[in-house]
Design a protein around this ligand. Structure first.
Ligand code: PLP
Length: 375
């Protein structure tokens, strides 16, 4: 059996090497390493695939979030609500811009932002909500959008882990993650569901004015060359990454199915294990399984992780420390104990290997070993 990896990018590359090598060679031959035609081609293809008017490529997902927030015209001290249980980038950009991150607890089954907690966190200073579609499943966007409308708030979706996930509204309409709020952001970090071979990210929006502003901010606040109307940043996707992404986008639907099939195999093998919970599926969203994340019930996580590693099975803890317990993010509003669900999740989650090249043999071995070690 081939060694098991959390995320196997080499095998995935080899499967589509011929397509990728041609695309990358074209960039090398063209010499247009930045602002090549590949960047605009990819942005157009992704916009079509998402069903959104504008895709603005950026240097990474964190920049995408930062540029999105910069475009909203918020003022120092304005409050931006984010879930407490997420990757740090979601709240980091809020703090970095001098805005106030207001953390809220998450739902214990979906691990996404709690709608009740969100409602309670709104104050007259709240200006935006940044819901995160954690691990590949959409946050409950219908009530999020409803709350945003009622309170005149922007919604910037952090879809870094959920490209391709679909949210179903109660009227039967579906929209892709990142195309529901005014702005959506994603990351093309190599291990993400649509990953490049370096850093990359993108912003999605249907709003022409916001699109123009974000495009300008990403390019030094420039519209006409060397005329800077806004304070911006330098954040771009390079041509090589765009070439890789344009090829991989053609495979993304297939990759999503492979992840969903792998998740179903894990479900089947682990569902009856009384010591853990398999990932819950929300009725309103598909799940694209950026991660397959278990909640352990009565097992010592560190010990289990070590035993698994000894058996050649990598596992990861996303995330071991909730945001409000991070040194840089402590405030009077968020002491230990104030987000019990998030704290509980941080203590009990464990993610198993998840990628598009898992074999049934590997998965059966992981399932057998995990069931044995927890019995
Ligand atoms: C990966 C990720 C980001 C940041 O993306 P980078 O490309 O690494 O900057 C932001 N939010 C979430 C939830 C992520 O998973």
């Amino acid at each position: 059996m081939k060694a098991i990896q959390m995320c196997d990018l080499q095998t995935q590359y080899l499967e589509i090497k011929s397509e990728l090598d041609v695309a990358m060679q074209e960039v090398l031959d063209s010499g247009a390493f930045v602002k090549g035609r590949q960047v605009t081609d990819f942005a157009r293809h992704l916009a079509e695939w998402l069903g959104v008017r504008h895709v603005i490529p950026t240097g990474n997902g964190t920049d995408a979030l930062q540029i999105a927030l910069m475009a909203l015209g918020l003022k120092h001290g304005d409050e931006v609500i984010t879930p407490d249980f997420t990757f740090i980038a979601t709240a980091e950009v809020v703090a970095l811009l001098g805005l106030t991150p207001v953390l809220v607890d998450v739902d214990s089954s979906t691990m996404n932002i709690s709608i009740d907690a969100l409602r309670r966190a709104i104050t007259p200073r709240t200006k935006a909500i940044v819901p995160v579609h954690l691990f590949g499943q959409c946050a409950d966007m219908e009530p999020v959008m409803q709350i945003a409308r009622e309170n005149n708030l922007f919604v910037v979706e952090d879809a870094c882990q959920a490209i391709g996930a679909e949210y179903r509204f109660s009227n039967g309409k579906s929209l892709k993650a990142g195309t529901i709020g005014q702005i959506g952001c994603t990351s093309f970090f190599p291990s993400k569901n649509l990953g490049c071979y370096g850093d990359g990210g993108a912003i999605f929006t249907d709003d022409d004015e916001l699109a123009a502003r974000m495009q300008s901010i990403a390019n030094h606040g420039m519209t006409v060359r060397y005329h800077h109307d806004l304070v911006g940043v330098n954040s771009r996707l390079d041509s090589l990454q765009a070439a890789v992404l344009d090829v991989k986008l053609r495979h993304l639907d297939r990759y999503t199915v492979l992840r969903q099939e792998a998740a179903a195999v894990y479900d089947e093998g682990l569902r009856d294990n009384p010591h853990l919970l398999i990932p819950a599926r929300a009725p309103y969203s598909t799940h694209v399984f950026h991660q397959y994340t278990l909640q352990l019930k009565d097992i010592k996580r560190d010990m289990l992780k070590e035993r698994l590693a000894e058996a050649g099975i990598p596992s990861m803890v996303y995330y071991p420390v909730p945001l409000h317990m991070q040194k840089a993010y402590q405030s009077e509003r968020s002491q230990k104990g104030c987000f019990p669900v998030s704290e509980h999740l941080a203590s009990c989650v464990l993610s198993l290997p998840m990628h598009t090249c898992l074999t049934d043999e590997q998965q059966q071995y992981i399932i057998r070993t995990l069931n044995l070690l927890t019995s």
